[in-house]
Design a protein around this ligand. Structure first.
Ligand code: SIN
Length: 480
């Protein structure tokens, strides 16, 4: 791989400040051409237990540091991520497939969580509450919860790690990270930079594992792990939630989505088309907040579809390292899912207005599906691919009912100018995040998360820190 800082390329797990091998490996491939790019240590129960033990020991040291000291080390980590952004982006594109510019964008987005929480580390304030009797005083302090198990996905191999780890470390927790077995190299590169940044051994650990079940079980059953944070599918999130119930373990879950993207008749159509391209085709459609159902009001339907088709036609599909705007899907299962959803929609009366299949391998053409309807599987399922399904609607009431007709509730988007309607629609949408006249809602400054089956908890912003803190109340008596 063509990178400057060769030490970022690691193939062993990172436990207690050491690179650790289990003697067994699993391959990681480039989704663009299927080439094996690395053989990575496959951790078993011994390495998993060592990592949890190391994090437990390190917790005493790390939580005892002043917030300023933790903040300084986090800042070092942030600076190193910015300095090596191009290398981190190259590693990311090679294992995940997204275009290099997008990958570097993800690295900078990921680093922004580290910067934000390095600052927030020093603002973990408590409270003093007037007592309930004359001789009582009430104080409230916030304490780090302890060892955190973080399970992160392949679609954002860098930023979903920092979005969990930075607030955890800022709060004084220690972490054991289990990155996706499809994209462990980005996690190991981040561990290398953490090592250079000066975190004490055991504060941050990375377990590379081909069988995610073993880690999920350890994180939920080992009593030393006090909190589980997971980003991934709703199906796996439910399993982990069930397992965590055994110890009433604190969890954060960032799960699937089925985002509506609504265009009202008074919208700026060009702005809406740009927003649609962005929310639909970012990461080849493989984000939890990608628009999944595009609803367009009758009177602007044809204009919107024709401009969307024109812009979609211009998107280039290919190797993310060579300037393509849309990279490959992550694996064969993802491509077959797109094919199944497309065939089901066509069989139920939709038109494949553009695209409609692969160019080669895992490269899938940006596809427009018009005349979509609620009976189609694509209405209910999270697509996770570059298929844009477009539905026609007439009234505000009708589109709100359709938009909310899903078990998911992560992100929603709408375009329109009438300010009263903007408030009505924002309030009526049963979602954790709403983009109004914008398709770009992700930032370290705002609370990312969903309602319904899209998850529990928030990441980023001041709310993101609370997920790693417990509240302790002290009642002072006999104050005379
Ligand atoms: C996700 O798809 O889970 C994250 C998307 C984002 O942070 O923008």
């Amino acid at each position: 791989m063509n990178i400057q800082h060769q030490s970022l390329l690691r193939n062993q797990a990172y436990v207690n400040g050491q690179w650790l091998s289990s003697g067994v490996t699993f391959p990681v491939t480039n989704p663009f051409d299927g080439a094996i790019i690395a053989d990575i240590t496959d951790c078993g129960s011994s390495e998993i237990n060592q990592a949890i033990e190391a994090a437990q020991k390190a917790f005493k040291v790390w939580s005892g540091f002043t917030a300023s000291k933790r903040s300084r080390i986090l800042k070092n980590w942030y600076e190193l991520q910015r300095k090596h952004a191009k290398d981190l982006g190259t590693i990311l594109t090679t294992e995940q497939g997204k275009p290099l510019a997008e990958a570097i964008g993800e690295v900078k987005y990921g680093a922004s969580f580290v910067e934000w929480f390095a600052e927030e580390a020093r603002r973990v304030y408590g409270d003093v509450i007037p007592g309930h009797t004359a001789d009582k005083r009430i104080t409230v302090i916030k304490e780090p919860i302890g060892v955190v198990g973080a399970i992160t996905p392949w679609n954002f191999p860098n930023a979903m790690i920092t979005r969990k780890v930075a607030p955890a470390l800022a709060a004084g927790c220690t972490v054991v990270i289990k990155p996706s077995e499809l994209t462990p190299l980005s996690a190991l590169a981040l561990a290398q930079l953490a090592d250079e940044a000066g975190f004490p051994p055991g504060v941050l650990n990375v377990l590379t594992v081909s069988n995610p079940l073993a880690v999920g079980k350890a994180f939920t059953e080992n009593r030393a792990v006090k909190k589980l944070s997971f980003t991934g599918s709703t199906r796996v999130g439910k399993l982990l939630l069930g397992q965590a119930a055994g110890q009433v373990k604190k969890v954060s879950l960032e799960l699937g989505g089925n985002a509506p993207f609504i265009v009202f008749d008074d919208a700026d159509i060009d702005l809406a088309v740009d927003g649609c391209i962005n929310t639909k085709f970012r990461n080849a459609g493989q984000t939890c907040i990608c628009s999944n159902r595009i609803f367009v009001q009758d009177s602007v339907y044809d204009a919107f579809v024709s401009r969307l088709a024109e812009k979609t036609r211009q998107l280039t599909v290919g190797n993310g390292m060579e300037g393509a705007q849309v990279g490959p899907l992550i694996n064969e299962a993802a491509a077959q899912k797109c094919e199944r959803l497309m065939a089901d929609a066509a069989a139920k009366g939709a038109q494949i207005a553009q695209g409609g299949g692969r160019t080669s391998g895992l490269l899938f053409k940006p596809t427009l599906i018009t005349n979509a309807s609620r009976e189609m599987a694509i209405f209910e399922e999270e697509i996770f691919g570059p298929l844009a399904a477009i539905y026609r609607f007439e009234t505000e009431e009708e589109v709100i009912a359709s938009a909310n007709d899903t078990d998911y509730g992560l992100a929603a988007y709408f375009y329109g100018r009438d300010y009263a309607r903007i408030w009505r629609v924002s309030e009526a949408l049963e979602y954790g995040m709403v983009g109004i006249n914008t398709g770009v809602i992700s930032t370290a400054l705002a609370p990312f998360g969903g309602v319904k089956e899209s998850g529990i908890g928030r990441e980023g912003s001041k709310y993101g820190l609370d997920e790693y803190l417990t509240v302790k109340y002290m009642c002072w008596g006999s104050v005379k």
